[in-house]
Design a protein around this ligand. Structure first.
Ligand code: FEO
Length: 666
């Protein structure tokens, strides 16, 4: 039966999903399947925009027949001849022999290679000066060579501002009933697969993608209809921003993608130790075992992060096979502008490091750390020290070095850089002040610009019970450090979930970065800092609203600010429910669990065939759940039997009141 979705009143999605395809293009694992989009315009003329992969051809033809509802098919616009979109053109011509195919000259050449039966008279060639009018819509065409093949073009509807973007802005994964990107949490749930799709499918062609983005930036675009994934009708700017980063070989996050190839675990051991040291220094790390994780996932992570650590054992006098495959892919996908650290292993003739260096040197913009580490079979006497040095070198490159403290009495010129305000979102900030020579601070989520005149002003609100609030009332001065998406949760635990009344939060910090007002600011995972002087304050009962002139503002980097939504979705750890377990018997060999008080004497494990002698008794685990309330800010659970927390209750960790708690059982 037909399965179509409405994009606009006269535009239907008539594509289909394939959830049984194991590998897309024969190489990229797609555990969530793949979508193949086709669109049907029902204007005065009828137009199909691209066909689909042959695996879903029958569904497509049912959709098309339903959509046409007996009307003639006038045009087929072909944007791309790769068979995942073009395989059913021949079949379509058999069913709709009078259709006119609209495409550029190169597409026609490719089409007649795949389908010699396509006659010249079936095809109407267009170029960037052509237009196709269908009644209420008018289409012009934009060539997009190498996004993803050389013949690719896109169509733009100048009336309804719709861009048919071919492979661009696609994503791996089948659709789940949704058709619009704004119907899902795209940036949260789909971005990783969108990045893996982009980097592996068109990652090599960054300059060509940049050209298309440049052309597209001159158009008003209300809808984007790609050949895979979701239709965009709002929020598209965030995705374009990612494309801009990926296609210019920038990075989304400062941090390390650490990939290792280890046969007997010694190289892996060293990779783990290095990762631990990096994390201790505040560096974000994602680790991949090249023998277990497909190269496409690691390529995607390598595009995401600014730095790479590659650790490989030597194998057949070369790199280990899975590392060689990965590095060949990096070269093929042209992953530029990364700084790379190398660890090699080899029992008698370590070669992997030299070969890694040779391969990666061919990619423009690649830099290397001097601290190459060579293992002979296993970590040796000097390995610990070498790892320390490498971790220090990487961390120094990733985390900006704290600037020297402002010497006492020395005046530093305070400058207000307007771009710093671009980093203010509904996000999270560290609020700091200084009282009687000592530093204080707490987390807020309330900084906003409130005036943009000659003097720029900022508003913040702080919970009255926070000691920092009390001190700002006295000092009238504060700094605001704006957190980026890379900020780890431990920063919130340290500055947000304990009180400066009892704990010196700045006693053991490894930075002493200060603005001209002498107040400390946080230099890590922060993209902008503001120095402020209070001009008015309003006691709102539970919190105080401070209005302040911004006397200094500067940007530290261009990493995205952590919005409050991002914090909840990606930074704050999710509480895992503790499962109850019935009484039973566990097989000591394979872990099979038999539920029941008595294990039958003739019982045979259905997984490993072992008998009762290899089972051990496991008592029931009962979880006594307590009724109470959980803090939405910091996760603190307050056992409480009543229907609502007392009005004067405040969280012992973060000082937030009952309005920030929700009922829970734990
Ligand atoms: Fe989705 Fe290049 O094909």
């Amino acid at each position: 039966m037909y399965c179509v979705k409405k994009v606009l009143e006269d535009l239907l999605w008539i594509g289909a999903d394939d959830r049984r395809v194991p590998v897309f293009e024969g190489v990229y694992e797609v555990p969530n399947g793949m979508s193949y989009n086709s669109y049907l315009l029902l204007d005065d003329k009828t137009v199909v925009f691209d066909t689909v992969d042959k695996a879903v051809g029958e569904q497509f033809f049912e959709n098309l027949k339903y959509g046409l509802n007996g009307r003639k098919l006038d045009y087929l616009v072909v944007h791309h001849m790769e068979p995942d979109h073009a395989a059913t053109i021949g079949n379509l011509l058999l069913r709709y022999p009078d259709v006119t195919i609209i495409c550029n000259a190169k597409i026609k050449t490719f089409m007649q290679q795949f389908f010699p039966e396509v006659k010249d008279e079936n095809v109407q060639i267009v170029d960037e000066s052509s237009a196709l009018e269908t009644g209420h819509h008018k289409f012009v065409f934009v060539n997009a060579p190498m996004v993803h093949w050389p013949e690719v073009m896109m169509s733009y509807d100048v009336e309804k501002k719709i861009l048919f973007s071919a492979d661009a802005f696609g994503v791996f994964g089948a659709l789940n009933g949704h058709i619009f990107a704004d119907e899902v949490d795209f940036m949260g749930d789909w971005l990783d697969e969108a990045r893996r799709y982009y980097t592996n499918i068109v990652g090599k062609y960054g300059p060509q993608v940049q050209n298309v983005l440049k052309k597209a930036s001159t158009l008003q675009i209300d809808y984007v209809c790609p050949l895979h994934g979701f239709v965009w009708r709002r929020g598209f700017g965030d995705f374009v921003e990612k494309y801009s980063i990926w296609s210019s070989y920038g990075y989304e996050k400062k941090g390390v993608c650490l990939a290792y190839a280890s046969v007997y675990g010694h190289t892996e051991n060293v990779a783990n130790i290095l990762a631990g040291k990096l994390v201790d220094r505040g560096v974000d790390v994602e680790m991949y075992d090249t023998s277990m994780i497909p190269a496409s996932n690691i390529i995607s992570a390598a595009f995401k992060y600014s730095h790479l650590v590659l650790a490989s054992t030597t194998y057949n006098n070369g790199m280990f096979v899975t590392m060689e495959n990965l590095v060949n892919d990096m070269v093929a996908h042209n992953l530029r502008n990364r700084k790379v650290a190398i660890i090699e292993n080899g029992s008698w003739a370590p070669q992997a490091g030299k070969l890694l260096l040779e391969k990666l040197t061919t990619i423009p913009g690649t830099e290397f750390f001097d601290n190459k580490i060579t293992l002979k079979s296993a970590p040796g006497a000097s390995t610990e020290e070498e790892l320390e040095e490498l971790a220090n070198a990487i961390a120094a490159d990733i985390i900006p070095a704290p600037k020297a403290a402002v010497p006492k009495g020395e005046l530093v010129k305070a400058e207000v850089v307007p771009e710093a305000f671009f980093n203010l979102t509904y996000g999270l900030e560290l609020l700091t002040t200084k009282f009687e020579g000592k530093d204080y601070g707490c987390i807020i989520n309330s900084a906003a610009q409130v005036a943009d005149s000659e003097v720029k002003s900022m508003a913040i609100s702080v919970i009255n019970k926070n000691y920092t609030c009390e001190l700002i009332r006295k000092t009238g001065e504060f700094n605001v450090s704006v957190f980026t998406e890379s900020v780890p949760f431990k920063v919130f635990e340290h500055y947000g979930f304990q009180s400066g009344r009892y704990v010196d939060k700045f006693a053991d910090v490894d930075y002493d970065t200060r603005l001209a007002n002498g107040i400390i600011y946080f230099p890590y995972h922060v993209n902008a800092v503001f120095g402020c002087k209070v001009v008015a304050s309003f006691d709102l009962g539970k919190s105080t609203l401070f209005i302040a002139d911004v006397v200094e503002a500067k940007t530290l980097n261009r990493e995205p600010s952590a919005t409050y939504a991002f914090y909840h979705a990606h930074i704050k750890p999710k509480k895992k429910p503790v499962a109850e377990q019935p009484e039973g018997w566990r097989c000591k060999v394979c872990n099979y669990f038999y539920e029941g008080a008595e294990l039958p004497a003739d019982f045979v494990c259905p997984l490993c065939n072992h008998g009762p002698e290899d089972f051990e008794y496991v008592p029931a685990v009962k979880i006594e759940k307590k009724k109470g309330f959980v803090c939405k800010i910091c996760g603190h659970f307050e056992p409480y039997e009543g229907d609502a927390l007392p009005a004067d209750y405040s969280c012992p960790l973060c000082n937030h009141g009952p309005e920030d708690f929700e009922p829970a059982e734990m």
